[in-house]
Structures are given as structure tokens and as C-alpha cells.
Ligand binder design. Structure first.
Ligand code: PLP
Length: 324
């Protein structure tokens, strides 16, 4: 049997048959290529010759909007611009419009609680690797369903295992590019070994990060340690939590907060292990490398940091960008 050759008219008809249940979770999408926003997920189209598709040539951010306010948008957009600069993707022309476009996409999606994915891609223009084939970068923004944080769904805490996937080198680890194969392999590893997250280590045996989260620990004498910045993405959540944790250092809740080279042995001895991310918030790890972390229950520092972050998200106007 021969495959159909589909005309533009057939295409319009066929696309109507492609509705899927999970489309319910997609609220709106902006595309610079089409020059507007669609709310019907069937119209969520991206050309095959955009180099992001066949070369992973693009950068992205995931932001969350809670109760109609985007949290920490500035840090996300700064990181997006830094990632784009590292790949010499010409984002600056959009910089001033970017925030307005994110807000408009959220408004079109009409869900005050949502996640927003922002992608800047090399754009369409051939199927080679050479980015100069492409005439102009494109911007795609998608508002979609925000799931609850890890601890609201699983208050007993998370299981973390050690990843076998080689971590990215310093240059690539610090760019949030659309080339996420190591991260994808780690996410798959987690499912395959029944863990919630995988933690990667560099060639020297120092902790790097999880698939799409940062990770740190609390020592027995009350120091909050997170990995040195070289081999990890500078997480907006982790960095904000470290700022918020300052109050705990001042009131004696923590002895110190610092970046450090962290080994597996230190993690085995930790009083707490914590995971940080935009959709994860602060997550308590209760099982690391098959062993309970301390008494195997979410700890005191988890509760304090989680509370500080929660209040920052919901109550700190300086960190919020209203959309409605
Ligand atoms: C590789 C990686 N590390 C860390 C993070 C956490 O960053 P953030 O707190 O900004 O979500 C992410 C987020 O997606 C990530 O992809």
C-alpha cells in the first residue's frame, strides 16, 4: 500500500483527527514564525527544518505562574539571554518584548496557575548543522498545566540514585540548551531503576546535578552545601533558596551556606539531602544510593527552606510578575 500524498486541503482535515486527551493540558502557544498565539493544540506547529528539531540548536526556560503571577521571571529571562549569548543566538532584539509575550501567552491560555516554556531556536533554514543556513531565530512560548510540587504529591520524600550518564562539561552544563540528551538519559535511568531523581558525579567524583534539578546537602553540623558552579546549571530555585537561607544563618538555624565539592561519602553521612527546581520547589531526599538519609524522613532544614521558598513565591511581590 502506498503512503498518501497529503494536499493542503487534506492536511486541514487530517489535523482535526489528531486531538489527544493530553492536549487538555496545553493552554496556549505563541510562535514568532506565525506571528501570534494559538489556543488550539492542533495548531501547535514547528517546522522540521528549524535547527532546533534536527540539531538541538536552541535554548529554553521553564517558568511557573502561580495565582496569576509569574515567579522569579527576571532570573529566568536573564539565564535565557545568557544561554542564547553562549550560542550566539540573536535574542537581544526581542529582550524588551519577551516579558510582554510571556504574559500575553499566559493570558490567552486563561489559567492563572500554569507552567511556561520559552524557547529561542536557530529557526528554519535547511537541514545541515551550519547555523548560518538559518535566516532568523524564532521564539516559541507555551503555557501548559502546572503539576503540584514533588512534596505535595509525595510528602514522604524522594529516592535518589547515582547516575551512570557522563555529566556535561563546564561549557555545556551552564547553557540551558535544547540539546538535553544527557538529561533525557538520566530521566530514563530514574524510571528504569525506580528512583525519583538521579544524581550525577563528575570524573573527580564530585556531585553535579540531577536530570533537570539541582541537588545539595546539609552536613551533620548544620552547613548547607551545594556543588560548585562549574559543572551544573545555575538553578534559579537553588540560588534563590541560598539567598533565603541567609536568614537561617543569622538566626542560628544553619551554621553556614556555601558551595563545595561534594562526594558520595559526604552524602552518605548527610543529615539532609535536598533537591531544588522550578516545579520541584525544595524536595527532601529520604533515600540516597539505597540508604536512608539520616532517619529516612524529611528533615528540619527541608521544612524551614520549603517554608521560606513558599512564602517567597506566594507573598513576595518583588519576585512576582502579575499577568491578570
Ligand atoms: C540541568 C538542570 N539543572 C538544574 C535545573 C533547575 O533550575 P531551576 O531551579 O531554574 O528550575 C534545571 C531546570 O530545568 C535543569 O534543567
Amino acid at each position: 500500500m502506498k503512503t498518501d500524498i497529503i494536499s493542503a486541503r487534506d492536511f486541514a482535515e487530517r489535523i482535526q483527527t489528531m486531538k489527544r486527551a493530553y492536549h487538555e493540558d496545553y493552554y496556549a502557544m505563541y510562535s514568532s514564525l506565525f506571528g501570534g498565539i494559538v489556543t488550539d493544540p492542533l495548531l501547535m506547529l514547528l517546522p522540521l527544518d528549524d535547527h532546533v528539531v534536527h540539531r538541538g540548536d536552541g535554548v529554553f526556560e521553564s517558568v511557573k505562574c502561580v495565582h496569576g503571577k509569574i515567579y522569579n521571571l527576571r532570573s529566568h529571562l536573564e539565564r535565557l539571554c545568557k544561554s542564547a549569548e553562549a550560542l550566539q543566538l540573536a535574542i537581544p532584539a526581542w529582550r524588551e518584548n519577551l516579558e510582554a509575550l510571556v504574559i500575553e501567552t499566559i493570558q490567552a491560555g486563561a489559567h492563572p496557575d500554569c507552567c511556561v516554556r520559552v524557547l529561542v531556536t536557530r529557526g528554519p533554514g535547511g537541514l545541515g548543522a551550519n547555523p548560518y543556513e538559518c535566516s532568523s531565530p524564532q521564539l516559541y512560548i507555551m503555557a501548559y498545566k502546572l503539576g503540584g510540587s514533588f512534596m505535595t504529591k509525595r510528602p514522604e520524600g524522594a529516592r535518589v540514585e547515582i547516575s551512570r550518564v557522563p555529566p556535561k562539561n563546564t561549557f555545556f552544563a551552564q547553557i540551558k540548551s535544547c540539546n538535553y540528551l544527557p538529561n533525557v538519559l538520566m530521566a530514563r535511568e530514574a524510571v528504569d531503576c525506580g528512583a525519583d531523581f538521579m544524581a550525577a558525579f563528575d570524573e573527580q567524583g564530585f556531585l553535579t546535578e540531577c536530570a533537570t534539578e539541582n541537588i545539595g546537602m546539609v552536613t551533620k553540623d548544620g552547613e548547607l552545601l551545594t556543588p560548585n558552579m562549574g559543572r551544573i546549571l545555575a538553578g534559579t530555585t537553588m540560588r534563590r533558596v541560598l539567598e533565603l537561607a541567609d536568614v537561617l544563618v543569622r538566626n542560628g538555624g544553619l551554621k553556614a551556606v556555601r558551595y563545595a565539592d561534594i562526594t558520595v561519602a559526604q552524602l552518605h553521612e548527610a543529615s539532609e539531602v535536598l533537591v531544588f527546581g522550578t516545579t520541584r520547589d525544595v524536595t527532601a531526599v529520604v533515600l540516597f544510593d539505597g540508604r536512608p538519609v539520616a532517619d529516612g524522613k524529611p528533615g528540619r532544614v527541608y521544612a524551614l527552606l520549603s517554608d521560606l521558598l513558599h512564602r517567597d513565591i506566594y507573598e513576595n511581590e518583588a519576585m512576582q510578575t502579575p499577568c491578570f
